[in-house]
Design a protein around this ligand. Structure first.
Ligand SMILES: Cc1cc2nc3c(=O)[nH]c(=O)nc-3n(C[C@H](O)[C@H](O)[C@H](O)COP(=O)(O)OP(=O)(O)OC[C@H]3O[C@@H](n4cnc5c(N)ncnc54)[C@H](O)[C@@H]3O)c2cc1C
Length: 486
């Protein structure tokens, strides 16, 4: 099985319901309609296709039917019908995933959660909030605007917060504020048989707990294979008194990454530190009308009081200069800062614009910080040797970086070279004690690599957990684990 972009995953060829034959008959459809109303059930081809794909290269696999529940009771009742009729269930957030997680590889019922979009139970004094699965991170931050609080986990895309919990997402702020793993306090989950579990106990939101197994983090990163997340309770943070961003150019990849590692080792509580290689900054310059030097570059952001910012900035500046970095180019006002980070978040589209008509696939390895310079240098050499377009952008403060592979899906020879490259890269990360996926998840493309990463006993434990919670393999079948039919 493929470790990365796989030629067989390209192309449209959605199957019709009859070809998929997963048995969503009239009786089931009328049961669905009696639960969530006529408008809450869709068989339309366009709607099914829209729900059969995400932003990845994996080909569209439409479900047989899409349901739009409005509350947890409806999710539970719908799941009970699916359980009775042994129908696969595929949860759908906003479809911004990058690993083919929402494709209905065995047909079945897509649960689109967009109609559950309430922000519930805001506790500003306790720094937490509970949201339904249709709430996106931008919607939450807009809601919080007047409270002085914000939710910092930021994958760039305006993803649903429960989808972010499902993939254990992170992004540019994780170096300071952590990933979804550190920021989810409790989840409400509908299991495959329709029962409802609260992973930290109903309504509980302590800042810490030693109460039994960590069920919350079992579901964070489970990619819809263990249950449907219908609520998440999240940690919030005070909006920092001041924020400044800066850009710094370096003579080499090594110098940029060494600066990152040394800045963190010096204890600077940096909020964002993002690496872009020469190819990536060139693409961003063109796409976002910027004019930064075309050399390895760091985008940095500091959060804190005015006084602490001065100290942070001074230390970071000393370190970058000792590594041959340019002077910081400042983005102090909100508008310039937003422009800078928009350009960073648009890196995916900037990469795509390098070769119009091509598709993009993002690798996602993550290694211990000290191994980062070596893996990036080796990866760049590999890209050049194999004549591949793969600008590099990375959350280097976490040891996580992406090669945004821009490939021509109609060129099988190039596709093959990309596939071999992504496998080499993942194995290089594993050999350096890292992981094949820092934040995008396993989905369809990394199932074989997960086996290498975990080893047979680890995989067996994962299988046992899956069998216990979902003995009929109904929850998003075919994702994360490759398994035989029961
Ligand atoms: C331009 C771009 C940049 C990106 N950058 C980053 C980044 O920096 N960091 C990062 O982490 N990600 C990044 N992503 C990926 C993506 O935004 C995340 O994976 C996000 O967490 C997906 O959320 P979603 O709501 O769109 O989920 P979907 O795509 O709808 O689903 C993803 C998976 O989660 C499952 N799922 C969704 N909702 C639920 C639910 N309520 N209950 C159970 N399972 C559910 C689905 O079944 C599927 O397996 C980027 C994507 C794009 C397009």
């Amino acid at each position: 099985q493929m470790g990365g972009a796989s030629p067989c995953c390209w192309g449209p060829s959605p199957l019709s319901p009859s070809q998929q034959g997963s048995g969503v008959g009239d009786g089931v459809l009328s049961a669905f309609r009696s639960i969530c109303g006529e408008e809450g059930v869709s068989l339309g081809e366009a709607v099914r296709e829209q729900h059969g794909k995400d932003e990845s290269v994996h080909r569209c696999r439409p479900p047989d039917v899409v349901v739009f529940p409005r509350c947890v009771e409806e999710v539970s009742a719908l799941a009970k019908v699916c359980h009775k009729h042994r129908l696969p269930i595929i949860p759908f957030g906003t479809g911004t995933g990058l690993e083919g997680g929402v494709g209905a590889v065995k047909g079945g019922v897509c649960f689109s959660l967009r109609n559950m979009e309430q922000v519930l139970d805001l506790h500003p004094e306790d720094f937490d909030v509970t949201v339904e699965p249709g709430v996106t991170r931008k919607a939450l931050n807009a809601y919080l605007r007047d409270t002085g609080l914000w939710f910092p986990v930021d994958p760039g895309a305006d993803a649903s917060l429960c989808g972010m919990a499902a993939t254990s997402a992170s992004g540019t702020n994780a170096v300071r504020y952590g990933t979804m793993r550190e920021n989810v306090m409790n989840l409400e989950v509908v299991l495959a048989d329709g029962s409802i579990v609260h992973t930290a106990g109903k309504g509980r939101r302590p800042r810490k707990t030693s109460a039994g197994y960590n069920l919350t983090n079992l579901f964070v990163g489970s990619e819809g294979t263990l249950g449907i997340i219908t609520k998440t309770t999240l940690r919030l943070y005070g909006i920092p008194e001041a924020m400044v961003s800066a850009v710094c150019s370096f003579p080499s990849v090594q110098a940029a990454v060494d600066s990152t590692v040394q800045t963190l080792q010096a204890g600077v509580p940096i909020a964002r530190i993002e690496f872009l290689d020469d190819v990536m900054i060139d693409a961003c310059n063109r796409f976002s009308s910027l004019s930064y030097p075309v050399t390895p570059t760091l985008f940095l952001e500091f959060h804190g009081s005015e006084q602490s910012l001065q100290e942070q900035v001074k230390t970071a500046e000393d370190i970058t200069q000792s590594n041959g970095g340019s002077d910081f180019q400042w983005a102090r006002d909100t508008e310039t800062r937003n422009r800078l980070w928009k350009a960073r978040h648009d890196a995916w589209y900037a990469a795509l614009a390098l070769r119009p008509g091509c598709k993009a696939y993002s690798t996602d390895v993550c290694v211990p910080l000290s191994r980062l310079p070596q893996i990036i240098v080796e990866t760049k050499e590999d890209l050049i040797e194999n004549r591949l377009t793969g600008p590099i952008a990375g959350h280097v403060g976490d040891g996580n970086f992406h090669c945004l592979m821009v490939v021509d899906p109609n060129n099988p020879e190039e596709m093959h070279r990309v596939h071999l490259f992504t496998e080499r890269l993942a194995r290089r990360a594993l050999a350096m004690d890292g992981t094949c996926t820092g934040e995008h998840g396993v989905g369809l493309g990394k199932r074989a690599l997960l086996c290498e990463e975990m080893g047979p006993v680890g995989i067996q434990v994962m299988r046992s957990l899956k069998d216990t919670l979902d003995p009929n393999n109904l929850m998003n079948p075919g994702k994360i684990l490759q398994r035989e039919e029961p």
